[in-house]
Write a protein that binds this ligand. Structure first.
Ligand code: 6GU
Length: 232
């Protein structure tokens, strides 16, 4: 049976940034194959004045401009997909994105993503529309658009029909709270360095054992917090 096409609907002031990298590689192929589609909505189209004003100065003063709740509210409500979809707003104040969240979103019929811009978004819009606030890491971007591209990429590769091999989905980084084991390919001797002998042994249970050991050791060294946290 063919599953329904997943829709990513993006509210942004910069619709030209999309699909951008999402029209290449795995995500681009999956879009061609109608596994997912993308709709961008220009928030500025919902401004009321002739200048297309979407932001204003913060109450209480301070630097920067804040996105107006009335404009965002109209843009969101007129494109509201309904209860089954995930509703995300991308801002540096959100909870860090995890693979668990990506899996949850990919199980829905679609996701509506609001991209924050400028120095902030009126809090009343966020709370009144019950948006899930998400950020993609502890650093600051000039807007949510690159984060939306990243989020959608992560979702699309989990959709049924996107990936060639199911195993590569299960084994890879974070799906077991472990980083991936190191990989090697030809040439056999590169700058005097050779692959670990076990990988050439043909002994599949030994190879498995080595890979599990390396995944665990590398995770301990690089990301110890993954080992004591709940599933990411
Ligand atoms: Cl979602 N937005 C912005 N502006 N900066 C970020 C981010 C999002 N995630 C990390 N940094």
């Amino acid at each position: 049976m063919k599953s329904k096409c997943f829709e990513a609907r993006v509210l942004t002031l910069f619709p030209e940034m999309f699909p951008g990298p999402l029209s290449y590689s795995l995500a681009g192929k999956a879009m061609e194959n109608k596994i997912w589609n993308l709709n961008t909505i220009n928030i500025r189209d919902y401004a009321e004045d002739k200048h297309g004003t979407v932001d204003d100065e913060p109450y209480g003063g301070g630097a920067g401009m804040i996105m107006r709740p009335d404009v965002l509210g109209r843009a969101f409500d007129e494109n509201n997909p309904g209860r089954e979809w995930k509703k995300i707003i991308l801002t540096p104040r959100g909870k860090p994105l995890t693979q668990k969240k990506v899996r949850e979103i990919s199980s829905k019929p679609g996701v509506i993503i609001v991209c924050g811009r400028y120095e902030g978004i009126d809090e009343r819009f966020i709370s009144s529309r019950s948006l899930d606030e998400v950020c993609i890491g502890d650093y600051v971007l000039s807007g949510g658009e690159p984060a939306a591209l990243i989020l959608i990429d992560a979702i699309v590769r989990l959709l049924t029909g996107t990936m060639g091999s199911k195993e590569s989905l299960i084994e890879e980084s974070f799906e077991n709270n472990l980083l991936e084991y190191p990989q090697y390919t030809r040439p056999f001797d590169w700058e005097g360095m050779k692959p670990p002998e076990v990988l050439l042994s043909g002994n599949h249970s030994e190879i498995e054992k080595w890979r599990r050991y390396m995944a665990l050791e590398d995770t301990k060294k690089r990301r110890p917090e993954l080992l004591i946290s709940e599933k990411k």
